[in-house]
Ligand binder design. Structure first.
Ligand code: NAD
Ligand code: TYD
Length: 342
């Protein structure tokens, strides 16, 4: 099997590549990533030299590059590449529309032309918007995105759907809840709070801290994607969650306890505009149809994550200082890992 992964240098993509090569060692993976601020090749430094893994730097909005890339005989595409941070989408939405909507269109067109037999579009529960207490979104729920990020993902989901309907395009969509785990960029809640607490800095909790998210350990998500890639029905959507929404303040307090740091570091700050109160998913479809379920309990996953950030202080420092961005120039440019070389 030969797999094209977009956005594989980011948080979930890099965890997915490591997971997939481990579980399916005879697979070949090409990782196509622009290396925005969120792409960090050090996330994959341990598998960089494997002969069945190749990195290619490129932009999913670059139709020529993507079409050239898709001349490779890929059996499937797993499409992660996107701008992913809500706060950045509030500050500047344009790049979210470019990467998430236009970029997805370019991927769909290239995959359609090359008749690629499976396209897994990795989406998010944020497309459903905020849920009332006790409510949870099914795959049929209305799309009601509230941030420019969520709107750009909903738009890309609808584009994928339109290709399935119009062109009989073989796509499957997944919508997962908030991920956490190793290699998450320290702008997102959990790694930001861990790294700030380690440095003795304040932990900025938005609003009253009672917004709820259904946190899933990243490896559980990767296992779900593997199951959907193998057995998911074409044209279907699969929700992926852990079924236990927790308020942000609860997460932050658990992290402080694991780090043996004082609650006094918590600082309630001005709320995010349009801040969704509660995300919750009904993921009974994937459990029923594909036999998948999340396995990692929140306490165990948070402990593992805290331990990882504690023992990877170089990674965190380089991510925060921007030093990681020199990695590509240092190693890849020298090795001329260009498209032409594939
Ligand atoms: P991330 O921001 O950590 O990584 C995104 C990756 O995409 C980076 O490596 C970046 O360089 C790359 N990229 C961005 N624009 C690109 C472009 N134009 N061309 C090529 N590469 C580009 O994101 P993540 O948290 O790993 O999320 C990955 C995917 O999963 C996204 O589509 C996101 O919407 C979805 N998702 C994320 C979560 C979550 O909790 N993080 C939950 C559900 C779904
Ligand atoms: P985030 O990790 O940005 O994910 P998303 O907005 O996609 O759910 O934020 C998770 C939750 O944590 C969200 O309710 C916003 C909140 N949050 C804070 O309270 N403080 C912060 O500094 C950040 C980054 C997020």
């Amino acid at each position: 099997m030969k797999l094209l992964v977009t956005g594989g240098a980011g948080f979930i993509g890099s965890n997915f590549i490591r997971y997939f090569l481990n579980v399916h060692p005879s697979t070949e993976i090409v990782n196509f990533d622009k290396l925005t601020y969120a792409g960090n090749l050090q996330n994959l430094a341990d598998i960089d030299a494997q002969p069945n893994y190749r990195f290619v730097r490129g932009d999913i909005c670059d139709a020529e590059a993507v079409e050239h890339l898709c001349e490779q005989p890929f059996d499937a595409i797993v499409h992660f590449a996107a701008e992913s941070h809500v706060d950045r989408s509030i500050a500047a939405a344009r790049e979210f529309i470019r990467a998430n909507v236009e970029g997805t269109l370019v991927m769909l067109e290239a995959a359609r032309k090359r008749k690629i037999s499976r396209f897994l579009h990795v989406s998010t529960d944020e497309v459903y918007g905020s849920m009332a207490p006790k409510e949870s979104a099914t795959e049929q729920s209305q799309l009601a995105p509230n941030s420019p990020y969520a709107a750009s993902k909903a738009a890309s989901d609808l584009l994928v759907r339109s290709y399935v309907q119009t062109h009989k395009f073989p796509a499957v969509i997944t919508r997962c809840t908030n991920n956490y785990g190793p290699y998450q960029f320290p702008e997102k809640l959990i790694p930001l709070m861990i790294s700030n607490a380690i440095e003795g800095k304040k932990l900025p909790v938005y609003g009253d801290g009672l917004n709820e998210r259904d946190w899933i350990f990243v490896e559980d998500h990767c296992r779900a994607l593997d199951a959907v890639l193998e057995k998911g029905r074409i044209g279907e959507i699969y929700n992926i969650g852990s079924g236990r929404p927790v308020p942000n303040i609860g997460i932050v307090r658990s992290l402080l306890k694991l780090l043996n740091a004082p609650d006094g570091l918590i600082e309630f700050v001005q709320d995010r505009p349009g801040h969704d109160r509660r995300y919750a998913l009904d993921d009974s479809k994937i459990r029923r149809e594909l036999g998948w379920e999340s396995k990692v309990e929140l306490d165990a996953g948070l402990k593992h994550t805290v331990d990882w950030y504690r023992t990877h202080s170089d990674w965190v420092q380089e991510a925060k200082s921007g030093e990681y961005q020199a990695y590509y120039e240092k190693f890849y440019v020298k090795r001329r890992a260009t498209l032409a070389q594939l």
